[in-house]
Design a protein around this ligand. Structure first.
Ligand SMILES: [Zn+2]
Length: 378
């Protein structure tokens, strides 16, 4: 009989374990039911357009359901999109105070809160949170704080942030923005020394080289202008349309035009149609008109462009006096067509313009506006 009781022991233990498990399950089930019911009430208020009550309800629920941080974040984002910034701010501030958030959730909530503040025009509040994030090593705060300092034109603050946390700046577009901050600060203080710092950053930017060349050119220091612009045209050949005329003039002033022709030769493979046109002009100046026509015709067969076609018409008009008037008329039409096309385009958002902007007026990215490419471009 006693042996039989021993045999029943595992059964009793198993029963106890199952009962215990069921009791924990029941508790969890009850809590879930409570949360679902509170959720439904909150959502019902929202759907009934009693939004204040609905929101209060859902925010109170946060105390019970810490695992639903994602839902609250989504809700806050929804309010922000609808322009209800006070509500988005309220939810994000509450989330940020919640003790159960892990580091990443806290950083995301802080970033979202900064976005709310920016949209609400509360830039000081946004800056405070973004600086906190950068100091804590969160790279995702770099873009919004760069945009913020661009908007407030606080170049020094951006530069100081870069110098203190340069290890976070691994993306070229962020370094380019800082290079432009150095240029803006240099132009503001009329101090090219500051600009030189931007040349040694770990990602090359266009503007410091351009500005240093331009500054030398306006002071008639053609040796320095050539030094900086030659570096620029070799690294960023697509940017040539912005300064190639001044670069050619710098060589001419120093009686070094043959060196300019050599430079054009070096750039032929990576340059666009403008470099090819300049090369043709060099051939013409040296009296090689047939060679220029052949070179341009062959290039256009490989990469047809309207600007190249227009220049070819001018070359042919020079050689064919009897049809010169007809060719000139066609060229006029082509030239007026080119004039309707934008000279510059943002590589990030597609914004087009007839002038160069260092920061895109549309997407706010630095150095993404470049001379147009393709059949209508340079
Ligand atoms: Zn853009």
């Amino acid at each position: 009989m006693i042996e039989l009781l021993f045999l029943l022991l595992p059964v009793a233990a198993g029963y106890g374990w199952i009962m215990g498990k069921n009791s924990a399950k029941n508790q969890a089930h009850q809590l879930n039911r409570q949360i679902t019911s509170e959720y439904s009430k909150g959502l019902k208020f929202l759907l009934d357009r009693e939004e204040d009550q609905g929101l209060e309800h859902l925010i109170n629920l946060l105390e019970v359901a810490a695992d639903s941080v994602e839902h609250y974040s989504t809700l806050a984002t929804m309010f922000r999109r609808r322009g209800e910034l006070d509500r988005a701010i309220k939810i994000h501030e509450l989330l940020l105070k919640h003790p159960s958030l892990d580091d990443q959730q806290a950083a995301t909530s802080r970033l979202e809160l900064a976005e709310d503040y920016i949209m609400a025009g509360l830039l000081d509040g946004a800056e405070e949170h973004l600086v906190w994030l950068v100091k804590a090593g969160h790279k995702e705060a770099l873009e919004p704080i760069i945009n913020l300092y661009s908007q407030t034109r606080e170049w020094e603050k951006g530069i100081n942030m870069y110098e203190a946390h340069s290890e976070l700046f691994t993306k070229p577009q962020h370094v380019k923005a800082i290079a432009n901050f150095y240029c803006e600060a240099a132009l503001q203080d009329n101090d090219t020394q500051i600009m030189r710092k931007a040349i040694s950053l770990n990602h090359k930017a266009i503007r410091p080289l351009y500005e240093l060349g331009h500054s030398a050119f306006t002071k008639e220091d053609y040796v320095k202008a050539i030094y900086y612009w030659r570096e620029l045209i070799s690294q960023f050949t697509f940017f040539a349309p912005v300064f190639i005329e001044e670069l050619a003039l710098s060589y001419q002033k120093l009686n070094l035009t043959h060196q300019f022709y050599e430079l054009l030769n070096e750039l032929l493979d990576k340059g666009g149609v403008l470099i090819k046109i300049k090369h043709c002009q060099a051939l013409l100046e040296q009296g090689h008109i047939e060679q220029a026509i052949k070179f341009l015709t062959d290039s256009l067969k490989r990469h047809p462009t309207i600007r190249g076609f227009s220049f070819l018409l001018q070359l042919l008009a020079k050689q064919n006096n009897d049809i010169k008037d007809v060719l000139d008329q066609i060229d006029k039409l082509v030239t007026s067509y080119i004039a309707t096309k934008p000279d510059f385009q943002c590589q990030h958002c597609g914004f087009t313009s007839h002038t160069i902007y260092w920061v895109c007026p549309s997407c706010k990215h630095w150095e993404t506006i470049v001379p147009s490419r393709g059949i209508d471009g340079f």
